[in-house]
Each structure stands twice: as C-alpha cells, then as structure tokens.
Write a protein that binds this ligand. Structure first.
Ligand code: ADE
Ligand code: ZN
Length: 326
C-alpha cells in the first residue's frame, strides 16, 4: 500500500480545530443570506481573494468577521455537521472542536442555541457517520480574565458536555499568565486544559502554559523548538502538541511546510500530532495536512504512523477509550 493510501485510509483524530474556522465560503454566504448579515466581502471569490494572510492578527480579523453569520441553533448545527461530514470523508473518527462563545454571546446568541446546535450535530454525526466530536470551550485571549471567568460559569449547565478549556486569539502580548484564575477554575470543574502557545508567541509562553495554567496539552507549540530544554521537558512529560502544518504556513508562522518542526519534535520523543486549525480558511482538511507534511518532510512510514497514533494518545480520552482507537 502506498503511503498516500495508508494516510488517507487510516482512522485519524483532529484535536485542534475551531468550529468557526470550518465555515466553507459558500456556506458562509448562505448563512449570511439566511440571517440578513452583511459580510465585508461581496462574493465567495472576494472572500477567497482575502485568504492571503500575513500573520495571525490579520487572519483573526477575517475569522471574526466570518463568524458573524452564526446566529441560531440551526446555524451551529449546520456548520458542525458539515465539518463532521467533511472530516468523516477523510476517515477522521474522533475530534475535539474549539468553539468561541465570547464571539457569539456578544451578538445575542444564547448558550442554549450554541450547545444544542453543536451537540445535536455531534449526536447525529456519531450515529450516521461514525465520527465522535466533543466541544472545547475556547477563550479569546484578547479579552479580560474577568470575562473568561464569567463565560466559564455560564457554561456550567453543559459542564459534562464540554471536554476542556482552551484559549486562542492574538497571542503576542496576551501571555498565558493573564489567565491563571480561569484555568484554575476549569481544573476545579474537572475539565481538561489546553492553550494555544508558541504559535506566533515565544517558547516562554509554552513554559507559562505548563507552569502557571497547568495545561494537559499545548496547541501549536512549534516555537518550543527554540528551547532544547523545553523540548526535552515536553518529551519527558509526554505533553501532547497539536501542530497544524498548513495553518503555520498560511499564517506565516513558518516559511514553508518543510520548516514545520515535526521531525525534530518526534526525534526528541515529543507527542506531536497533526491537526487542521481552520480548514476552510487554510484550504486543507486533515488528510491534506498529513499528505502535504509527509511530502514536504519526506516522512517515513513509521513517522507517519506515529503521528496518526499520537492523535489518539493526545486526545482527552481515558486509556481504555484511547486504546480502542489504536
Ligand atoms: N483562532 C482560530 N485560529 C487560531 C489560531 N491559528 N491561533 C489562535 N487563535 C485562533
Ligand atoms: Zn487554533
């Protein structure tokens, strides 16, 4: 069997994806029309033309404009289900999906609308497509910790449905240390914790996420490569890193796929995984992230297999549930 076939046919996990980063352009315009939302782009072609991202903050402006089309339970259902269907076509069988409540609540969307839509689609997709999806409450780090704590408290009726606390948004200038109390609260609630760190920000933010937020996983984490002692620590602690190769290229965190430090991380013994981040904006779902990376880095079959298995080992699953996927 070719490596291509081995990648595409293998059951896989996507541990780092933002629901709002899965809205395909055509669906975005459909939802905008359905909800009477005016987008800053006149057409799908114009939106696609805006996809030449310079960096994370400039991408986030577009991401925040696009998510405005999500208004109702049906919208959350449709977008979640469409993503799960597309992922199932790549043989993704398990995914943990960040969603950004702060970007919706401020527009009058309710928690019930968000959660009923997301969980309803997850239930249907598990039954009909054999893919399991669990939501991660994704904080926006440019907002205050006070707002983060409010959002966490408002999520309490869905405490059992939410698998973890996460945090994304503009990284530089918003270090993990700003959110120590929010993460402490999440841990009190029994949630797992993850945090974007070392994407555009320095390796010191990864260390802060480990030491101050006591996270169970690091999202991205590629800048850890600048600190060999940190890489050794990540390996020793078997800390999962959710690397998103196409995201790193599109947001110019690295110059090319060949520069994504997956081999270095694997060679050091790190639990590195491959994920999508915002697949509709970066125009690469999970298979393409694996295939593109395998091509660019000339990955061996063993390295590819390890990355696929790490997707399950890094998931917020207990050992028995994880083993069942391997
Ligand atoms: N939100 C959506 N995509 C993101 C990324 N790549 N980094 C930080 N926050 C995000
Ligand atoms: Zn992300």
């Amino acid at each position: 069997m070719t490596l291509h076939k081995k990648i595409t046919s293998a059951p896989k996990a996507d541990l780092h994806v933002h629901l709002e980063g899965t809205i395909e352009a055509a669906m975005m315009f459909d939802l905008a029309a359905r909800n009477g939302v005016t987008l800053p782009w006149a057409s799908v072609a114009e939106l696609h033309a805006a996809f030449g991202f310079r960096n994370l903050p400039q991408f986030l402006e577009i991401f925040y404009a696009g998510l405005q089309v999500l208004r109702t339970e049906r919208d959350f259902f449709d977008v979640t289900y469409a993503f799960l269907k597309r992922s199932a076509a790549d043989n993704v069988v398990y995914t943990e999906i960040h969603f950004s409540p702060q970007g919706h609540l401020e527009r009058g969307v309710t928690w019930t609308e968000m959660m009923d839509g997301i969980l309803g689609a997850a239930t249907k997709a598990e039954r009909e497509l054999g893919i399991r999806a669990r939501p991660i409450l994704g904080l926006q780090r440019h907002r205050s910790e006070e707002d983060a704590l409010k959002v966490i408290d408002a999520a309490l009726p869905w405490k059992q449905d939410i698998v973890a606390l996460g945090m994304g948004g503009a990284e530089l200038g918003n270090p993990p240390s700003r959110f120590v109390n929010a993460y402490a609260r999440a841990r009190e609630l029994g949630w797992k914790c993850t945090c974007h760190a070392g994407e555009e920000g320095p390796h010191g933010y990864v260390t802060e996420a480990l030491d101050l937020l006591k996270v169970d996983r690091i999202d991205h984490g590629i800048r850890s490569i600048d600190n060999p002692a940190l890489v050794a620590r990540l390996a020793r602690e078997r800390m999962p890193l959710t690397v998103c190769p196409y995201s790193n290229v599109r947001l110019q965190a690295v110059p090319a796929l060949a520069s994504v430090p997956l081999i270095e991380l694997l060679d050091a013994g790190c639990l590195a995984t491959v994920n999508t981040d915002d697949p509709s904006y970066f125009e690469a779902y999970l298979n393409e992230n694996f295939l593109g990376t395998a091509r660019a880095l000339n990955l061996t079959e063993v390295q590819t297999r390890t990355l696929i298995e790490n997707g399950f080992k890094g998931a917020f699953l207990d050992e028995g549930q994880c083993t069942a996927y391997l």
